[in-house]
Write a protein that binds this ligand. Structure first.
Ligand code: ATP
Ligand code: MG
Length: 426
């Protein structure tokens, strides 16, 4: 176990003051799996007040639940939580009580793999629920009686599915049965929580389709996101073909994975579902506009591509214009992911489409602003003002999209005069 030195120091300080202290939770689990984990949480017999007295710099991060943040020399925070037991639960939140033992503290944790304690000074593991066996057998299993544990906190159903998909584990039969039983009661969770689970799944799981197939099979989608109650496998597998959103930057990655999840039923239902889940206005707009473009232009594009050829350039310019310059990259990546999950389109051809469409979108005239003339030029050439002017500019753009060579001042003014006189005589 490679416990960070700062965490060992905090544990030592607490132990030397006479308080039993252990590393617990995700870091112990991940270390046993041979994976690095950033946050090493500590559980201790010391009360929050006692913890605060022992360290110079502390932050009361969740004092009512017994959690104190201890800042190390480098101002990195480590969470130290007093051993606790649940005295009352309501399907999500628990009222906790201090003065519990380590075993009681581990017993209130959700899954056996998350209920292993490690003493970083004596290098001892304490594992009363067989978490290590489940890690080697690759099983997510509720601590204690699965049904009761899911009733105490409905979020655990979604957490079990996320951990199983993240580590490629099975879910123990009784735990799975309890998750299925839980599904109708998942409406108890706030939309914010559900969104958070969806996002964590997108971020932590390499192949989220495994998780979302279980959401569907368990009935979690039927309860929480009805438009996904019968979402197809290949729609879900498209998410796997897209990279995980990182912790910072790259907002397109998150947009794309979420768009893939909601890409089946059209933009309006997607928008409604995202709003219901309390996605931000910005996220909702980004995702639903991608889904909109995919549902409008994906099918005919797929048809051409499936025949083994790229659409003609003029067609691609029209596509880029319809999708919108700034959405082209996202659109092609969403299309590529959907096609890779569905099959039928050659990946090499998809790569060519990607390159061609991006070149077109950024180098060729596809927007009004790209035209060699603007409204003022038309006015000075004596062409009538008003709504007809806008229509005229759009007509010129269509010509230029068909033939970019026509995008010169002279050619466009001449075309404009022709079009204007046509509409006058009409
Ligand atoms: P991650 O890498 O996703 O952070 P984690 O195991 O650290 O995984 P957290 O949500 O950070 O998960 O929770 C830390 C620990 O607290 C868990 O390992 C588990 O022991 C306990 N825990 C968290 N949420 C619950 C819950 N809803 N019910 C019971 N125990 C929980
Ligand atoms: Mg954690």
């Amino acid at each position: 176990m490679r416990t960070p030195g700062q965490v060992i120091d905090i544990a030592r300080t607490l132990q030397q003051a006479g308080f039993e202290t252990w590393c617990v939770g995700g870091a112990v689990r991940d270390a046993l799996l041979g994976e690095a984990h950033l946050d090493w949480d500590l559980a201790t017999a010391a009360t929050p007040t006692q913890v605060r007295k022992l360290f110079r710099r502390t932050v009361p991060v969740g004092i009512e639940f017994g959690t104190i943040g201890v800042l190390d020399r480098d101002h990195v925070m480590h969470e130290v939580t007093t051993f606790r037991r649940d005295v009352k639960t309501d399907g999500r939140h628990a009222v906790v009580e201090f003065g519990a033992s380590l075993d009681e503290d581990l017993a209130r944790r959700d899954f056996t793999i998350n209920a292993i304690a490690y003493d970083p000074i004596d290098h001892r593991l304490h594992d009363p629920f067989g978490g290590q066996i489940d890690l080697t057998r690759r099983v997510v299993r509720a601590v204690g009686e699965a049904d009761a544990r899911m009733r105490e906190d409905r979020l655990r159903a979604l957490r079990a599915i996320r951990f199983a998909a993240r580590f490629g584990f099975e879910i123990a039969p009784d735990t799975w049965a309890a998750i299925v039983e839980s599904a109708p009661f998942l409406t108890r969770l706030s939309p914010e929580r559900v969104k958070q689970e969806l996002e964590k799944t997108m971020e932590q799981v390499l192949a989220p389709s495994v998780a979302f197939v279980r959401w569907r099979e368990a009935g979690a989608f039927a309860s929480l996101v009805p438009m996904l109650a019968e979402v197809r496998d290949d729609t879900l597998r498209a998410i796997d073909a897209l990279p995980r959103p990182g912790l910072a930057g790259r907002p397109l990655r998150k947009t794309l994975r979420v768009a893939a999840l909601f890409s089946e039923g059209g933009a309006k239902p997607a928008e409604r579902a995202l709003r219901d889940l309390r996605f931000s206005n910005q996220d909702t707009a980004n995702v639903s506009s991608l889904v909109d473009r995919w549902s409008r232009f994906g099918p005919s594009l797929a048809e051409t591509m499936a025949s083994g050829v790229l659409p003609a350039d003029a067609e691609l310019r029209r596509l880029a214009a319809n999708v919108g310059r700034l959405r082209v990259a996202g659109f092609v990546r969403l299309a590529a992911a959907r096609w890779s999950a569905m099959g039928g389109v050659s990946p090499a051809l998809v790569r060519r489409l990607h390159r061609r469409l991006l070149t077109i979108a950024f180098r060729e005239p596809i927007e009004l602003a790209d035209l060699a003339i603007d409204g003022d030029d038309l006015r000075s050439a004596g062409i009538a003002i008003g709504p007809a002017l806008g229509r005229l500019l759009h007509a010129l753009l269509q010509r230029v999209i068909d033939d970019p060579a026509a995008n010169t001042r002279d050619a466009l003014l001449e075309a404009a005069r022709d079009l204007a006189s046509l509409s006058e005589t009409a």
